[in-house]
Write a protein that binds this ligand. Structure first.
Ligand SMILES: [Zn+2]
Length: 161
């Protein structure tokens, strides 16, 4: 689902936001329950925060990105979509951040992404199986380290007699 909306009354800034299954309406309702965002909204309306925008119908945006309230379920849903949806293919943290920050903003997003990936079983298995290069936490180095991967992975197993 594509949603087009106008950010200010002259219509000079128009954002095309791919809301997909996360409804703008739902986020807007949740924004009203987030103390920090409520405070921010007031500051924007008073002209104190120039990086933020409040739309005519009440949604709070940071540089054209929808502000996601402090709601675990909502944030996890976004992280899930950017990471485990059929087209996402478990991207790394940097790529995931790029994708999400195109549309959404919240405080501590990077940290949440790193946290999310560290808890993704598929990603952790991938690291163990292929011994990816790069900075790995020490617990993935050691018994799982594979120095060289030659050709397709196939194992011949000895069957018990
Ligand atoms: Zn993953």
């Amino acid at each position: 689902m594509n949603v087009c909306f106008t950010l200010d009354s002259n219509g000079s800034v128009i954002a095309n936001l791919q809301v997909k299954q996360i409804l703008l309406e739902q986020v807007k309702e949740e924004q009203k329950l987030d103390e920090k965002l409520v405070k921010l909204t007031k500051e924007v309306q008073n002209g104190e925060k120039l990086d933020f925008t409040v739309t005519e119908n009440g949604g709070l945006f940071y540089q054209n990105k929808l502000c996601i309230p402090c709601d675990d379920k909502l944030r996890r849903e976004i992280l899930n979509k950017a990471h485990t949806s059929p087209y996402a293919m478990h991207p790394g943290g940097t790529k995931m951040y790029q994708t999400i920050k195109e549309h959404y903003w919240w405080n501590g997003m990077k940290r949440d992404i790193a946290d999310f990936i560290s808890k993704c079983l598929v990603c952790q298995k991938k690291i163990m199986r292929f011994g990816q290069k790069g900075k790995l936490s020490p617990r993935f180095i050691g018994p799982y380290e594979i120095l060289e991967r030659v050709g397709p992975v196939a194992y011949k197993l000895a069957l018990p007699p």
